[in-house]
Ligand binder design. Structure first.
Ligand code: ZN
Length: 358
C-alpha cells in the first residue's frame, strides 16, 4: 500500500495533496446531506468534520501559496564548462529533446533533477549539478562515469521524484502556517499526523533511492564499461573519506575556536591535492568503505553492495589519479576564478557566523 502512495507523490508532487482535499470535501458534503435526517448525530460530529475541513482548507491554501524554490549554485554555460557540456551531450542520446541546465556547487557530489512544469505540457527541464571538489579531486574518466551515472538516472526516470517529494513536503508543511499548531487543536493534530506521515515518506524514499542507485550504476556501466564505473565508485568513496579526514574535519574544528574565518575549503583541497590522492591511504579508505553496512538513513547503498552489483567482490585495481578533470572540462578562466569565487562566498558567510558566535 505504501509504495503506491509514494509513487503517486513522486509523480504528482505537491498536487498529491489534492486527493486529500477531495476526500475532505466529500466528507463535508455527506455530512451536510445527513444533517436533515440525523440532526443529533450531525451536531455531535461537528468538531470532527470541522477539523477535517480546516486541515483540508489549510492544505489547499498551503498548496496555492507555495513559495518557489530557488537554487543557490552557480549556473555554468557552455563557455564556462565546454568539456562538461560535451561529455553530457555525448553520453545522453535524448539530449536534444529537453532543455538543460548545468549547475556547479561546492559539494563532493553530483546529482540530476528533472522538472516538468504544468504537468509536462512544456516538456522536461533537466538540471545536472556537479560539485567543484569532484572536478578538482577526480580525473576525467572518473567524472565521465559519474556523468553517465546521472544520465542513467534521468533515463530510468528516477529524476522527477526528488523535486516532487520536496514540493509535496513543503506544501504539506506550509499548511501549518494556516493551521497554527501552537494556537489551534486542529493545527496540533495536523502537526502530529504530518510528522508520522513525513517520517515514513522519507524512509520509503531513501529505500527507493538506494534501489535507484544500483540501477543507475548498471546503466552507466553500459555506456562507459563496468571497470570504469567501478573505478569511479572506489575513487569517490576513498577520496570522500580522505577529504573528510584531511580537509573538512580539521576545518570544522578550526571554525569552532575561530575569531576570523579560517583558510577556506577549496583552497585547502587544491593545496593538499597530493595528500588526498596518495595511493596507499586511498586504498585503505576504500577497503574500510567495503566493510560498511547498509545505513537506513542513507540515500546511497554501501560501496560493497554497489561493487557487487557490478560483479566485483573486492576492490578492483584503480591505478592513480594524476590529473584533475577541472582542467579539461572547464574553461581556463573558470578554473582560475570559480574556486576563488566559492571560497569568497564561504569566507563571507563564515566570518559573519564566527563574529556572531563571539
Ligand atoms: Zn545516483
Amino acid at each position: 500500500m505504501r509504495r503506491p502512495v509514494l509513487k503517486i507523490i513522486l509523480r504528482l508532487g505537491r498536487y498529491a495533496v489534492l486527493p486529500v482535499v477531495a476526500i475532505a470535501c466529500a466528507i463535508l458534503a455527506t455530512w451536510l446531506m445527513i444533517m436533515d435526517r440525523y440532526t443529533i448525530a450531525a451536531l455531535a460530529t461537528v468538531p470532527i468534520v470541522f477539523s477535517i475541513f480546516t486541515v483540508a482548507a489549510a492544505l489547499m491554501i498551503g498548496l496555492l501559496l507555495l513559495p518557489s524554490r530557488k537554487h543557490r549554485s552557480f549556473e555554468a554555460s557552455e563557455e564556462i564548462a565546454p568539456g562538461l557540456w560535451a561529455m553530457w551531450k555525448e553520453l545522453d542520446p535524448t539530449f536534444v529533446r529537453s532543455r538543460r541546465t548545468l549547475l556547479i556547487d561546492t559539494d563532493f557530489n553530483a546529482s540530476i533533477e528533472e522538472v516538468s512544469r504544468y504537468a509536462g505540457l512544456f516538456g522536461q527541464h533537466v538540471t545536472m549539478t556537479v560539485g567543484l571538489p569532484l572536478l578538482i579531486v577526480l580525473d576525467e574518466p572518473a567524472i565521465r562515469a559519474i556523468v553517465a551515472h546521472e544520465v542513467a538516472h534521468a533515463q530510468l526516470r528516477h529524476t522527477s521524484g526528488g523535486a516532487n517529494l520536496r514540493d509535496f513536503i513543503s506544501a504539506s508543511e506550509n499548511m501549518l502556517f494556516y493551521a497554527d499548531p501552537d494556537r489551534t487543536i486542529t493545527g496540533r493534530i495536523a502537526l502530529a499526523l504530518l510528522h508520522s506521515m513525513l517520517e515514513w515518506l522519507e524512509r520509503e524514499y531513501r529505500a527507493l533511492k538506494r534501489e535507484n542507485e544500483l540501477g543507475a550504476d548498471l546503466g552507466a556501466a553500459e555506456r562507459v564499461g563496468r571497470s570504469e564505473m567501478a573505478r569511479a565508485l572506489v575513487m569517490t568513496e576513498a577520496c570522500g573519506t580522505r577529504l573528510t579526514d584531511l580537509v573538512f574535519a580539521p576545518l570544522e574544528k578550526e571554525i569552532l575556536g575561530a575569531i576570523n574565518a579560517p583558510r577556506p575549503p577549496l583552497d585547502r583541497i587544491i593545496g593538499q591535492l597530493e595528500d588526498i590522492r596518495a595511493h596507499e591511504p586511498m586504498i585503505a579508505a576504500a577497503v574500510a568503505g567495503l566493510d560498511r553496512e547498509n545505513d537506513p538513513d542513507s540515500t546511497h547503498p554501501p560501496l560493497g553492495k554497489r561493487l557487487a552489483n557490478l560483479g566485483y567482490t573486492d576492490i578492483p585495481e584503480i591505478g592513480e589519479i594524476r590529473t584533475s578533470a577541472i582542467n579539461q572540462l572547464l574553461s581556463r578562466d573558470a578554473v582560475r576564478d570559480l574556486p576563488a569565487r566559492f571560497d569568497g562566498e564561504w569566507r563571507k558567510k563564515t566570518q559573519a557566523w564566527v563574529s556572531v558566535g563571539r
